[in-house]
Design a protein around this ligand. Structure first.
Ligand code: GLA
Length: 699
């Protein structure tokens, strides 16, 4: 049974996943507290009560108490001085929440614990869920105002007590535009460490997850917490002077508040918790597996090789130019042709036209139909770039609906990239967006949309419901995507926000892949992809091969290296094919054909980072599925060989033999425990050498 009521102890439950157990209870004294007792390797049912025998003694003084850290949702109230996961202000400015136990319900893998504040009327329900095929535990919270109005200053999805043995080492990602998901590791200091986004989207600068524990790539136990949300968010790790550690996370950033009228509820997004063994690699396996089993809409699909015209034409989009690129792309073996920004309204640059979603009559005198018909005749699917949440002030849409954007009366409306943000919390805005998107996708039978979002919120006012827009906008985007997908089951969506600004388990529920970064420089990409892979699977990571020198960094990287880096995810091509030499085109065709032979393994297999600092020294990444083992090995420098010398593979069948493409047969144990020498690592040569190594298990 996934959720078990612990025998001999009131209101105590053990939640079992295949390899872990999470024990919590409702402790009732002067108020009810939901207390976490255990989160670790799977316990037998009869042992679950033992973990509640006693909490370690801590000095409680009139100045401090540490009980709140163990709580599943510490409130702002009573003798608590930590970071509240729930902060409510009742009528008259009363702030101290006092909860009593109401009820608990178990249904299969789900446990709901309901509490209420009888004095002022607030119902708080903690929802927990476990599955039988993942160790990820899903938690969320619902609150309802049951008497008077309540102002919520904070409502996190969950707080997670990280057990003492985890220590205080953490792993996360940080970055910025063009350098998303840079791995960041360290030791959490005593105090409160907050990762957050105040931008209205997930952000480039941080991503909503943390892993805590003493681990290396292949060994060590880790406790991870993630948030499935694509708007502003906050994740705070509190390390107390006594050593205890808890992570609380939820939507919205500090300073927002949401007023509930009597009878109104607010439900949080999911917070996800995972305890895993096997180091950072083991944690990544479990998260990738979770994404494929429980998050993605069509996880079983193999994603096509796409071409995107952005870096080839920038805003200089014309029907003839796109047709030319489409013909060249088809010859390479591309399967999906995506027209990027610049095809609509008066959008010949980034200063105008955004919001006017009809084909530019000069650029597409016959509409888009002729282009897409040809794309299909060439054997490719058709896709289009859209940015539904944004508007240029110089557009028909804005002239007609200046009130649709986020704004405050009497305040400036600051633009960024010459655009303003449409308020997707508004019904009329969502109806408008769904209307034209539905028409566009339906009229052209589009198989793909690249859904972009190219600025952070500012002056984020909404006369009707104020701060609700921070939640309502994101939910509005979700709702439009969901309805569009419902109406067009063949449609697939790529989430983009100036590159990887909206990558998270919330958007991945309704998208099929994400644009990893606007930086397509292969060497920079290696580090970005390494950080990306910590939580998210290669199956969603869009990677393009673009031109050399790279338009953003100016770096020159050989075509083979660029392909091998992009083949580590969902391969695409984004270069100006009109400028590629016949030799380059021929080589590109070979790489694409090779990718098609390995992509099921790359997109669906187990991913192992084999060591070396990606982009900085020799490194490799391995993918394993059934009998196929795929390794992409890189060495960016001639002389600097501080990376590993021998390639030691991971997770092979120790009893089996593996055949390389040159006919060499290896014993599984040799490959994992001794390793093979890889010429691009071990031998002298030019900069930027890379190799694709494919092994097949032989019986
Ligand atoms: C964003 C995206 C790019 C491209 C441009 C178009 O920056 O990340 O890939 O689509 O917008 O304006």
């Amino acid at each position: 049974m996934p959720v078990v009521a612990v025998q001999g102890r009131d209101h105590t439950w053990a939640l079992h996943t295949p390899r872990t157990t999470y024990v919590l209870s409702v402790e009732q004294g002067e108020e009810a507290r939901v207390v976490q007792w255990y989160w670790g390797p799977r316990l037998p049912d009869e042992a679950a009560a033992e973990v509640t025998r006693a909490r370690p003694w801590r000095m409680e003084t009139v100045f401090s108490a540490d009980g709140d850290l163990a709580e599943a949702l510490p409130v702002d109230g009573g003798r608590r001085w930590g970071v509240p996961s729930l902060q409510a202000v009742y009528e008259g400015g009363v702030r101290s929440v006092e909860l009593a136990f109401a009820s608990a319900q178990v249904r299969g893998g789900e446990l709901d614990i309901a509490l209420h504040d009888p004095g002022y009327g607030l119902r708080v329900t903690l929802h927990l869920r476990v599955h039988d095929d993942t160790d990820v535990i899903e938690r969320r919270t619902t609150v309802t105002a049951t008497k008077g109005p309540v102002e919520l200053r904070r409502l996190d999805s969950a707080s997670w007590l990280v057990p003492e043995q985890a220590g205080h080492a953490y792993s996360a990602v940080a970055g910025g535009w063009g350098r998303e998901t840079q791995p960041q590791r360290g030791v959490l200091p005593v105090g409160e460490t907050t990762f957050t986004s105040r931008t209205g989207a997930t952000s480039h600068s941080a991503n909503p997850w943390i892993m805590i524990g003493e681990a290396a790539e292949r060994h060590g136990r880790l406790w991870s917490v993630a948030l499935a949300w694509s708007g502003s968010w906050r994740l705070t790790a509190q390390r107390r002077p006594e050593g205890d550690l808890a992570v609380t996370t939820g939507f919205g950033h500090e300073g927002l508040s949401w007023r509930l009228e009597p009878g109104e509820s607010l439900e949080t997004p999911l917070s996800l918790g995972l305890m895993s063994d096997g180091g950072y690699g083991g944690a990544s396996h479990a998260w990738h597996d979770y994404a494929l089993r429980h998050v993605l809409p069509y996880p079983e699909e193999v994603r096509p090789v796409l071409y995107n015209s952005w870096e080839a034409t920038w805003f200089d989009v014309t029907e003839e130019g796109q047709l030319d690129l489409a013909r060249r792309a088809a010859e390479l073996g591309v399967e999906l042709f995506v027209v990027d920004d610049g095809w609509f309204g008066a959008r010949t640059g980034d200063t105008r036209g955004l919001g006017d979603w009809w084909p530019n009559p000069e650029r597409f005198p016959h509409g888009m139909g002729r282009l897409f018909d040809t794309v299909r005749e060439l054997g490719m699917k058709a896709g289009l770039w859209v940015e539904p949440e944004m508007v240029n002030p110089d557009s028909d849409l804005y002239r007609e609906h200046p009130d649709w954007v986020l704004h405050y009366p009497g305040r400036r409306r600051d633009t960024a990239r010459n655009q303003l943000v449409l308020n997707f919390a508004r019904d009329d805005v969502r109806e408008w967006a769904l209307g034209w998107l539905d028409g566009l996708v339906g009229d052209h039978g589009l198989e793909y949309l690249k859904w972009d979002m190219n600025r952070s919120f500012s002056q984020a006012g909404w006369a009707e419901r104020g701060d609700w827009l921070w939640i309502g906008h994101t939910r509005g985007v979700y709702a439009v995507m969901d309805e569009l997908r419902r109406r067009h089951p063949a449609l697939r969506i790529e989430s983009c926000s100036g590159g990887g600004g909206r990558v998270d388990f919330g958007v991945l529920r309704r998208t099929d892949q994400v644009w990893t970064s606007d930086n397509t420089d292969a060497r920079d990409r290696q580090r970005i992809q390494d950080g990306f892979s910590q939580l998210y699977p290669a199956r969603v990571m869009s990677c393009w091969v673009t031109d050399s020198p790279n338009p953003i960094t100016g770096r020159r990287v050989p075509l083979g290296y660029r392909f091998h880096v992009a083949m580590a995810g969902v391969l695409g091509v984004g270069g100006d094919l009109r400028e590629w030499t016949p030799q380059e085109l021929a080589e590109a065709g070979e790489h694409i054909a090779a990718y098609k032979r390995i992509r099921r393994t790359v997109q669906h297999g187990r991913l192992d980072r084999l060591g070396g600092r990606p982009g900085l020294e020799a490194s490799a990444v391995q993918y394993t599925l059934d009998d196929q083992v795929v390794v992409l090995a890189y060495n960016p420098f001639t002389e600097d060989r501080q990376g590993p010398w021998r390639l030691r593979l991971a997770g092979l069948d120790p009893e089996a033999r593996y055949a390389a493409e040159d006919g060499t047969v290896w014993h599984g144990r040799t490959l994992t425990d001794h390793g093979m020498a890889v010429p691009v690592w071990a031998e002298r040569g030019a900069d930027y050498r890379s190799a694709l190594i494919v092994l097949t298990r032989v019986r």
